[in-house]
Design a protein around this ligand. Structure first.
Ligand code: FAD
Length: 388
């Protein structure tokens, strides 16, 4: 049966017709093209490459960017796209988040006109795939400490050396946005992945985000021309502003994973009979379902308001932290509760819950861990940083 959504507080009425249309289109796409294949890809640890041109055709790549062949949608529509994609799988949503918010956004916001013309139209179509290299083996939550270095060459170009770890799309990317220190200041570089000295090594053995390519990037004397640097930003605010873009979408995305788990647990509980009654008739199961609906509704309210603020350019990074922290925490909690309601069946590939639950362990950690977002909110409230 097609997914009907969950709208306890009539939030559909708060959406424009266009926003509902975008959401419903992506919902149909996910039902028709992602749900039938995703468990097999997850089990095999492969990414469904054949979907990439379809993401482009549907306008899902850099959907909230204006011009350069991008869909130019509003932030709520962008959030709803994330929600629907993650109802399919967090790995699929991650591909689109990295492409749009972490790679296309910095080129759009900080790139030269030539860089925008060179990359954005092809990236919007899915013909050029990007990856975003910030995290390093020894610098995750504290990217400011990064070791990767750029030095200026006599001809005006640059030489990069360093390692980046946990990089989504690393092995399938045509261009890597690599953040490196040039004379002690963090700068962004556009590195074609065919450049000599650049290597991507796939990270295997993951139990989470299995339908997503994750890689280590190795940069050994990678020489780049002068126009490879992003001219419009310097310092940690460059990568952090990309993460703020992505995190707002991730907060919306987590609602999709939570809705998929709730939907599955509810229909299972109505069918599954134990002690001669459907388990949905027992108070303890109803308590779990009621908790899920409550937390999903709260997350919907937070995300809708966050994106409305973003549309008015009135949102702040700490508001994004609150939404990412809250929504992912409760999505993971809901996935675990849903897994419990399915009993033994909850650990199989026959149902999507186990896959969502394990995916959400990554979502809880990437784009700022749950605890780092706690500390960002704590710093905002008290004026005292507990982590810097
Ligand atoms: P650490 O920073 O070592 O943290 C470990 C634990 O210590 C966490 O619980 C953390 O909250 C806690 N901690 C750290 N500092 C403090 C403190 N001051 N106070 C209290 N607790 C603290 N990165 C990219 O650049 N690009 C990508 O595309 C990308 N994709 C990813 C895909 C996957 C599947 C995964 C798993 C990660 C990805 N990441 C990516 C990296 C991700 O952003 C990092 O894993 C994350 O920032 C955490 O860094 P870490 O893993 O080094 O953990």
């Amino acid at each position: 049966m097609a997914f009907e959504g969950l709208d306890f507080y009539n939030l559909d009425d708060e959406l424009s017709e266009d926003e509902r249309l975008v959401r419903d289109n992506v919902r149909r796409f996910v039902d028709a093209e992602i749900l039938p294949i995703i468990a097999k890809h997850y089990e095999a640890g492969t990414f469904p490459m054949e979907l990439i041109p379809k993401f482009g055709e549907l306008g899902l790549l850099g959907a909230n960017i204006k011009g350069y062949g991008c869909a130019g949608l509003g932030e709520v529509a962008y959030g709803l796209i994330n929600q629907e994609l993650e109802r399919g799988d967090s790995g699929i949503r991650s591909f689109c988040s990295v492409q749009g918010s972490l790679c296309m956004y910095p080129i759009y916001a900080f790139g030269s006109e030539e860089q925008k013309q060179k990359y954005l139209p092809g990236m919007a179509k899915g013909e050029i795939i990007g990856c975003f290299g910030l995290t390093e083996p020894d610098f995750g939550s504290n990217p400011n400490g990064m070791i990767t270095r750029a030095e200026e060459l006599r001809n005006g170009g640059f030489r990069l050396n360093g390692r980046k770890r946990w990089i989504t799309n690393g092995n399938i990317a045509h261009v890597a946005i690599v953040w490196a220190k040039l004379n002690g200041v963090i700068r962004g570089f556009l590195v074609p992945t065919t450049t000599r000295g650049f290597t991507a090594q796939k990270i295997d053995g993951k139990f989470s985000l299995r339908a997503s390519v994750t890689s280590e990037l190795i940069l050994e004397d990678v020489e780049l021309p002068a126009d490879a640097i992003l001219p419009g930003v310097q310092g940690i605010k460059g990568p952090l502003s990309c993460l703020t873009q992505a995190r707002a979408g991730i907060a919306y995305g987590a609602i999709g994973a939570a809705m998929a788990c709730y939907d599955c647990a509810l229909s299972y509980a109505k069918d599954r009979v134990q002690f001669s009654r459907p388990i949905a008739g027992y108070q303890l199961v109803q308590q779990k379902l009621a908790h899920m609906v409550t937390e999903i509704t709260k997350a919907q309210l937070v995300s809708l308001q966050l994106m409305r603020l973003k549309e008015k350019k009135k949102y702040t990074p700490v508001q994004v932290s609150l939404a990412k922290r809250n929504n992912v925490f409760h999505a993971l909690e809901i996935a675990r509760m849903a897994r419990d309601i399915l009993g033994g069946n909850g650990i199989t590939y026959d149902y999507p819950i186990g896959r969502h639950m394990l995916n959400l362990e990554t979502v809880y950690t990437y784009e700022g861990t749950h605890d780092i977002h706690t500390l960002i909110i704590g710093q905002h409230i008290t004026g005292i940083s507990a982590f810097e």
